[in-house]
Design a binder for this molecule. Structure first.
Ligand code: DOR
Length: 427
């Protein structure tokens, strides 16, 4: 099977673009050239749109098994494809948790059957995400786990984390951490600051995150482990990670689109579509996150797509679960509010969504070059829409960005040479 993309524009150095044709054969990029005349079974006219390496999201909650009323592998990966993502990494806070070989195998079989894009599964660090007994990291690593995480909860004791890191290091796998010291949370549901006071809601102190990162970078140094920090949200966390990198510790980090684009001031009323963990922090934190991304302290952007039902979000901050969806809004939001506003370049944004996460997890994806997997995202950078949660393929409608005007819409996504998403108006 050969597919030819005509009239595509690819990004060259320093944000220059260049017309190209791309020939795909047997799932791989066979040739990129200004004009290709070889025979192809399928020809796609890219209509002068941009073609990028397929986006990679290293932090997604697909909810299946156990949470199918919120999302399934099918709906979550369709949402991802619509957002331009060709690879997502699935978090293990499912029921059952992939905490031994058998359940991980079942998850892999389900993903193989139902996912329309590539899904790479995390396994948990501890059994049942309870933070007590370690999983068999070696066996899980050999059974296809991408890396190890208890995302959704922090690992509370240093001893458990150290032993996990030692075993992960022996298997050359990263430990991926949701950083939250429970003894510093005090039942908080929103960032502890001006807005928690105004709305009279219990606050989550910034320290609950940064303290655990400070502990973990020292553990990672001792264990010789690659330590990756999930959804960094505070300025102190950025500083600790920056210092650790300078000290030569193997630490990497991600930030979400919502922490880059919003701060606590966005929460005007008690609306749980603004409730996530970690919470939206202060304006100074928001600035530190962008600075950290720009200076390389933070390595890439990941959505933390966390679908919940509308009914679950109704009761407001005190009772609703933490989390918002992100797969179908990430690229347009980031393009509109970071690139169009000239805070970052298009080249930087694409790097944070492709080659940077790929390199962090040593994945052979995220590049547009001959011989690479044909994972491609075709984007119409001129198209403008108003985000409408009711059009989401995701079962989750829990977004604070409903009604936002955005520009730059993914119109087709290709994985291993197969078209997995095509916008209706796109023929
Ligand atoms: O907001 C969040 N939601 N943060 C997490 O760490 C977990 C996630 C979820 O699973 O809903």
């Amino acid at each position: 099977m050969r597919t030819l993309l005509k009239n595509a524009r690819q990004l060259r150095y320093e944000n220059e673009t260049e017309y190209c044709n791309i020939l795909i054969e047997e799932g791989k990029i066979k040739e990129i050239a200004s004009d290709i005349h070889e025979h192809a079974d399928d020809i796609i006219d890219c209509k002068n749109q941009m073609v990028f390496p397929g986006f990679i999201d290293a932090h997604v909650h697909l909810r299946e098994p156990g949470g199918e009323h919120k999302e399934t592998i099918k709906t979550g990966t369709k949402a991802a494809a619509r957002g331009g993502f060709s690879t997502v990494c699935a978090m293990p806070n499912t029921n059952p948790v992939p905490d031994h070989k058998g359940t991980l195998h079942e998850h892999l079989v389900n993903m193989d059957q139902d996912a329309c894009i590539r899904v790479l599964p995390y396994a948990s660090i501890t059994k049942g995400l309870r933070g007590e007994e370690l999983t068999n990291i070696t066996e899980l690593a050999q059974s296809g786990a991408l890396a190890f995480t208890d995302d959704g909860v922090g690992v509370q004791t240093a001893d458990v984390m150290l032993r996990a890191m030692e075993e992960a290091a022996a298997n050359e796998k990263p430990v991926v951490a949701h950083c939250e010291d429970n003894s510093l949370v005090y039942g908080g549901v929103i960032h502890q600051g001006q807005v928690s006071e105004r709305l009279d809601l219990p606050g989550i102190p910034s320290l609950s995150e940064s303290v655990q990162i400070a502990r973990d970078v020292l553990l990672a140094e001792a264990a010789g482990c690659h330590y990756h920090v999930c959804h960094v949200s505070t300025k102190e966390s950025v500083r600790v990670i920056r210092d650790a990198k300078r000290a030569g510790i193997h630490v990497t980090a991600e930030v979400t689109p919502h922490h880059l684009l919003l701060n606590e001031q966005a929460v005007k009323v008690d609306d749980a579509n603004f409730k996530m963990n970690p919470p939206l922090r202060s304006k100074a934190d928001q600035k530190a996150l962008l600075d950290g991304l720009l200076d390389g302290t933070i390595d890439f952007i990941a959505t933390d797509h966390a679908p919940h039902t509308e009914a679950e979000k109704v009761p407001g901050f005190r009772q609703a679960p933490f989390g918002i969806v992100g797969l179908e809004t990430a690229f347009p939001l980031l393009y509109t509010y970071l690139v169009q506003t000239e805070k970052v370049t298009l080249e930087q944004l694409i790097g944070w969504l492709t080659v940077k996460p790929a390199n962090t997890f040593r994945l052979p994806y995220g590049v547009l070059q001959e011989g690479a997997a044909a994972d491609l995202t075709i984007v119409n950078l001129d198209k403008t829409i108003v985000l409408d949660k009711n059009t989401f393929y995701s079962k989750g409608k829990n977004t604070p960005f409903h009604g936002w005007r955005v520009q730059g819409i993914p119109e087709a996504t290709i994985v291993d040479g197969k078209i997995v998403y095509k916008e209706d108006s796109y023929d």
